[in-house]
Write a protein that binds this ligand. Structure first.
Ligand code: MG
Length: 163
């Protein structure tokens, strides 16, 4: 049974006046992420990991930020469309591991909701999705609270048994 692994990484700048959306979940905070779409760094990293595993390029190829169509787009669309592309090729996710890098807010209380959201979006059992949170140790752009980053690793499987 063929397997592939993919990784994805994303960072977005934090600013006031935006909702903070991570993994499709609105996380209470005084600032949110800035981007052409809803700037959900977690979903962008997961989408890139899926594209990478299937050798389909990157999220910028698929959803260019120069296209007004994606202005303020709900990033769940990027993920579900990408998953549909993989499904058409016979690929199905096996498991997902995500790390979120944020000095603020503390994500301990949000991790469970983000995990549930990711499992739902990928049609995976909850025990096949993991969400970790790290601070920036108060150094660098993340540690200073200027940005939030996310890293994702996904395993996909192709074949009859995967469907
Ligand atoms: Mg992004």
């Amino acid at each position: 049974m063929p397997f592939r692994v993919g990784s994805g990484h994303d960072t977005h700048r934090l600013a006031e006046g935006r909702p903070l959306i991570l993994g499709g979940v609105i996380v209470p905070h005084t600032k949110g992420l800035v981007g052409h779409s809803d700037a959900d760094a977690v979903l962008h990293a997961v989408t890139d990991a899926l594209l990478g595993a299937a050798a389909l390029g990157d999220i910028g190829d698929a959803y260019p930020d120069t296209d007004p169509k994606w202005k303020d787009a709900d990033s769940r669309l990027f993920l579900t469309e990408t998953l549909a592309r993989l499904n058409q090729m016979g690929w199905k996710p096996v498991n997902l591991d995500v790390t979120i890098f944020a000095q603020e807010p503390k994500l301990g209380g949000a991790k469970a909701a983000i995990k549930t959201s990711l499992a739902h979006l990928l049609s995976l059992p909850a025990d096949c999705v993991n969400v970790k949170a790290k601070t920036g140790e108060k150094v660098g752009h993340i540690g200073r609270g200027e940005a939030i980053g996310a890293h994702a690793v996904v395993l996909i499987q192709q074949g009859e048994a995967a469907r």
